[in-house]
Write a protein that binds this ligand. Sequence first.
Ligand code: PEP
Ligand code: MN
Length: 337
Amino acid sequence: MVIVMQRGSTEQQIQQVIDRLIGDGFDVHRSTGVERTVLGVVGGKIVDHRDYELLEGVKEVIRITQPYKLASRTFRQEGTIVQVGEVQIGGNLVVMMAGPCTVENRDQINAAAEAVSKVGVRILRGGAFKPRTSPHSFQGLGEEGLKLLHDTARRRGMYVVSEIMDFTQIPMFLKYADILQVGARNMQNFSLLKELGKIQRPVLLKRGMAATIEELLLAADYIMTGGNHQVILCERGIRTFESYTRNTLDLSAIPVVKKLSHLPIIVDPSHGTGRRDKVAPMARAAVAAGADGLLVEVHPEPDKALCDGAQSLLPEQFEQLMGELKLIAAAVHRTID
Ligand code: PEP
Ligand code: MN
C-alpha cells in the first residue's frame, strides 16, 4: 500500500507511522517531497488498511494489491479450465447449462432434458433443494429430485449441476452432481465454502445479490484455500433500485473478472432478469461480452412450473436462442456445440 501523509504533518507523526508499519512487519520506503511525504509499504501481513488511515498525520491510504490471492490473475496468469467429463469450461467453448429451475417429477425433467440436449446442451440444471424466499413455497424434491436429475442426465450422456444448500449435504451431492452450485444466498456461507474446498468436484459459485466483485472473488478464495481450485464464477444479477427487472444483470462483471481473475465466469440471464422475454437479449449480450458459458432456465410447460415459470424459456424459444448464440459466439472467436 501507499500512505500519503498530510501536507504539514510533523516529523514525529511520520516517524510514528513508520514505527507502526515496521512493527507490523512491513518494509517502508520513504519519499520526502517539498510539500508532503509518501510512504511506499511492502511485505508484512494482511491488514485492515483503515487502521492506518486513523493514525495522526495520515491523509490517505491506497491499497495496491488485491485482498484475494488464489483467485487472482497474479497467482495464475493463464485462464483456468474446469473439466467436467470431457466438457471444458473456461476454454474456447461457450458452455451451455440449461434445464428447469427445479426438478418436479420424472416426466417434467425428462421433457426438459430432451429439449435442451436436442440442441447440444451437455449440462443439465435443476434444483432439488430450493432456497425459496418464502417457507411456504415449494422447497424441492430433495434427494429424490437429485436422483431423478442424475438418472435423466446420464441416460442422455449429460452432466448435472444442482444447488447445495448446506455442508452436511456434500456426501449426498457427490453421488449425483457433477457441479455443485452455491446459490446467491449462500455466497458468504463460509462454513459451506470451506467444506467445498476439501473436495475435488467443480463448484459453480454464484454472485450474492448484494455482493461486490471483490467479495465474489474472496468467496472463491475460501474454496480454493482448501485445495479445490475448480471454481466457476456466475454473474446472476444484483439488487438495485430498478424494479422493471428482478435483478440488474451486471454484464460488466465479465470483463472485470476476466482481468482480475483466471477463473471462468458464466452468466445466468434467467435470475438476472426474471422475465422470459428479457432472457434471450441478455443471453446474447453475455456471449458477446465474453462469458464462458450460460445457465438458462428452460421448462417444457413454464405456465405450470412450480418455481420461476415466468423466467423459464419454452423449448422452442431456447432452440431459437441457441441458433443466435452460435452466430454471436463465432463473431467473438468462440464456439458453441
Ligand atoms: C437457481 O439457480 O435456481 C437459483 C436459486 O439461483 P440464485 O441463487 O442465483 O438465486
Ligand atoms: Mn430459479
